[in-house]
Write a protein that binds this ligand. Sequence first.
Ligand SMILES: [Fe+2]
Ligand SMILES: [Fe+2]
Length: 265
Amino acid sequence: MNYQRWISHFERNRENRPEPDWTAPIDIPPRKLKPLLKTLAQFQLGDGGGPCCLIAIDAGRLLNRSPELERVVDLWFREEAEHARLLGRALDRFGGQPIKTHWSFRAFCRVRRWLGVRFELQVLLLTELVSTAYYRVLQRYVDDPAIHQMCALILRDEGGHVDFHRDRLAHANPSPASPLGALWQVQFWLCGLAAASVLWVNHGPCLFPFGAGNREYFGEVHREIGGFIARLVARSRAVKNRRSPVAPATAAANASTSTQAPATV
Ligand SMILES: [Fe+2]
Ligand SMILES: [Fe+2]
């Protein structure tokens, strides 16, 4: 996997980030502001407002593999911290206060910490996919220019995060395009739907007053997870095809000199 490509991506992505217009007039009735503040506060905590690093008990096993990989992970989490900052400014705009904890956040952190770094990466990826569905619905239904601009920035970042995960999984073993990969896809769907449901139990009722509904949110979730898997399988095949034409003699030489880390990120 080409980590340098991702370092360049994250560094480029710091440019051209117009700050949302936090002082724009607010045209949201008070009865809708209360649920909006609740959802923004919970998201501010979960989307970069908590520990902004890998917290799995064996995270060092992954990060010690390569300084470049450590740098990519650091840049990724910096963008998550930026999401927490943006959501904090949105809370300020509507007169809300950040929260320090929540049951879903505590469960999220426990799963990340105790089930190992590979599972933590999957949990974070699934959170990004279902959060993308949430931000799309938030952007569509909350008629506020600053919220709209904030969602555009976050969605742009999350698109890059999801692409990064696709790239690392396309280099993983076993390939998601293999027969064993089919089992991986089933568990990925199940975990994804569980993550989507936990998110919506908390946040759906906050967006119902704006006109958002279950069908639209879960439609977005299906598109995100299904699209991710379809593109991952295509990318895995492309990676495999790039590897397979190597002549046996060259492959043997590469095997003895290769510095590439085992693709198990
Ligand atoms: Fe985020
Ligand atoms: Fe993200």
